[in-house]
Design a protein around this ligand. Structure first.
Ligand code: PRT
Ligand code: ZN
Length: 297
């Protein structure tokens, strides 16, 4: 899509313009996040731009590589894009919020069987990548003198066809490396989708971004936490309260059965299994774990 099409009016002109990937690995996560934020972008059949029905937001569907430049040049106000793309494109944008999807790492990988076994072995070797800028900075830092072969796709086949001795590419599950008889040698960058913003938003646009961010943070927080309900004998309540801090402190309600209470609290996904194990060890029974939809503190 060219910049003129983007600038033609569609919404009321005061909407916040957001760029999301048109199709690819970030599309589903981006659309799901907007939906979880209560923003309805299902209307209209324009494949390039959609005005949200219930929030002053206009969504532009673009190639991910173009998003940092379009945000920098204020063609759009904000965007959802991978940190790997931001680092490679090197544009002047503000990284505002990590979004928790599109997680991957940019790694140097080498043939499973071959002469290279350490980073030092890469001196005077050829590394194929679609990320020449990130890789050249990394090699410089490590003092390694390798040649960068820039290729735009199917990087993983480069060693097999004799185009390079190693590759530097995105990895998530590792199955692409595995099926090409490659193994990871070093992680260059960890990445996930982030919300980026133009650095000079007007006060009105900033206020819309703040509203959107408030919703995104509530959704993220809810995903990282679970609601827990359990029954506990009253003589074990002190120990159980210590395990369950909750947002302020847990809610405790007496049960019909005397000597027992119902305890409600919120626990973080990270501590989840450890907390459940100690609750059980301290006499908790009938533990229910419930997903939280939104969390506003
Ligand atoms: O058309 P457009 O330019 O918009 O899309 P694209 O083809 O450039 O990007 P796309 O859709 O492949 O990826 C978009 C973004 O998703 C990337 O910029 C990353 O931020 C993120 N992401 C997360 C990934 C991966 N995981 C990923 N695994 N991007 C690419 N891959 C590829 C990788 O290049 C390799 O070919 O998947 C393969 C490895 O996957 P595993 O699971 O086998 O390890
Ligand atoms: Zn791309």
């Amino acid at each position: 899509m060219n910049k003129e099409i983007i600038n033609a009016p569609l919404g009321d002109g005061d909407s916040l313009k957001i760029a999301v990937q048109k199709k690819g690995r970030l599309y589903d996560g981006s659309m799901a996040l907007l939906k979880e934020c209560g923003i309805d972008v299902s209307n209209g059949n324009n494949q390039l731009r959609v005005q949200a029905a219930n929030f002053p937001l206009e969504v532009f569907f673009l190639r991910d590589d173009d998003i940092p430049e379009y945000v920098q040049d204020a063609v759009v106000d904000i965007g959802f894009v991978g940190e790997n793309v931001i680092a490679e494109k090197n544009k002047q944008v503000a990284s505002v919020e990590k979004l928790g999807f599109g997680k991957c790492r940019l790694s140097i990988a080498i043939p499973k069987s071959g002469t290279i076994s350490s980073m030092d072995n890469l001196d005077s070797k050829r590394i194929a990548t679609s990320y020449p800028l990130i890789l050249s900075k990394f090699l410089k830092e490590k003092n390694i003198n390798a040649t960068i072969q820039e290729i735009s796709g199917s990087v993983e086949i480069a060693p097999r066809i004799g185009l390079a001795d190693a590759i530097c590419d995105l990895v998530s599950s590792g199955s692409t490396l595995f099926s090409n008889e490659l193994k990871e040698l070093e992680t260059v960058l960890r990445s996930e989708a982030v919300l980026i913003s133009n650095k000079n938003l007007t006060a009105e646009k900033q206020s819309l971004l703040d509203k959107l961010l408030f919703r995104i943070r509530a959704v993220k927080k809810a995903k990282n936490n679970k609601y827990v309900l359990l029954n506990a004998p009253n003589d074990k309540l002190d120990a159980i309260i210590k395990i369950l801090p909750g947002m302020k402190s847990p809610t405790i309600l007496p049960l019909a059965e005397s000597g027992w209470s119902s305890v409600h609290s919120v626990i973080s996904e990270n501590d989840f299994w450890d907390v459940i194990a100690s609750l059980k060890a301290n006499g908790a029974q009938g533990i229910l774990i419930v997903p939280i939809e939104k969390m506003i503190i």
